[in-house]
Design a protein around this ligand. Sequence first.
Ligand SMILES: [Zn+2]
Length: 392
Amino acid sequence: MTTSATNACNVCRGPLDTPLYHSAEGQSLTSLCRLHPSTIEVCACARCGHLQTRTIENVDAFYDHDYDILVDSEEEDQIYEMRAGTPIYRTAHQVRVLRDTLGDIAPPLLLLDYGCAKSSTIRTLCEQEPGIVPHLYDVSARYEPFWEKFVPPGNWAIKQTPPGWLGRFDVVTSFFSLEHIPTVIATMRHVVSLIRPGGRFYGIVPNVVTNVADFVVVDHCNHFTVPSLARLLSDAGLITERIDDSMHRGAFVVVARKPERGTAPAESNDGPTIERTCAALSGIADFWRDAAGRVRQFERTLPGDAEVAVYGAGFYGAFLRASLAEAERVACHLDNNPFLQGKSFNGKPVLPPAQLPAHVGAVLIGLNPAHARRVVADIPALARPDLRLFFL
Ligand SMILES: [Zn+2]
């Protein structure tokens, strides 16, 4: 796969300026932490504050065949955070945030999860609220075995929605899907056509400012900001009720309402907000330009044959590994997620932190730099006095 050129903003169609960032030639990472043989370019839109990555060609085939997020098992889940040594899983957190945010979700409620993948969040929600009538939509048929277990036949659609769904739903949800869609405006207009007048849209998308990994993943063509989200919702015909950056770490939680009648008033973003947003994005570009160089600088301070461990079998861990001059010096990855422990990550074992081999004298911390030090402070195995730690 290669990248294709696009010079217009996916949200406002404004022209995109010179890229803020290029990845190393032929070397980028996907959101599933795999190396991808392409060079990415990331541009900011001065008109609406959106950030955009040049799109992978043949994007449909990528999702049909290559995009297998957590399809290994029913229970497999990602850790949202550790609380007092106990993992809080992402699905449980997403259900709680949805309930807290939407408030009144008393059944009967017609709900559509759009771009749903396994739809673990809606499945868990429906277990708690059996009166909710779930409907599902995705571009891929690969998740059907999961859907069959909680959705009646006829209540899911693949690639095309049936005409009977128009104007039908009380709530349409979208969990981490809009960031993948180049034609996001057309998609959101379609979503709005499926919501009943007065019904709501509830979405979660990554927040690149608080989760900087999002800046460099090749398969996220959209990186939303507060002004670009407001513009997207308004242009799609919705009235924004909430754009929250605190309920789900590293993400925006968005609620918007379809007007009962007529059209939504146009959103007017103020220039200074967009300018501030663009300045923050430019700072993240600087961080990533320096990051690989800093990893190699640290590596040069190690004895030639020294092995290291990488904390994290996720995106940042994969980035650290890809940035080392001698990737083979990685002995293992460490991770708190029990679903990852015992597996391998890019050919190296994933161990619980307590099993860090005694001969490994350095650990590269592959965690979101905004939280890495706090997380590491809670891991006794990394407090070994002779251990050298590298933070992004
Ligand atoms: Zn724009």
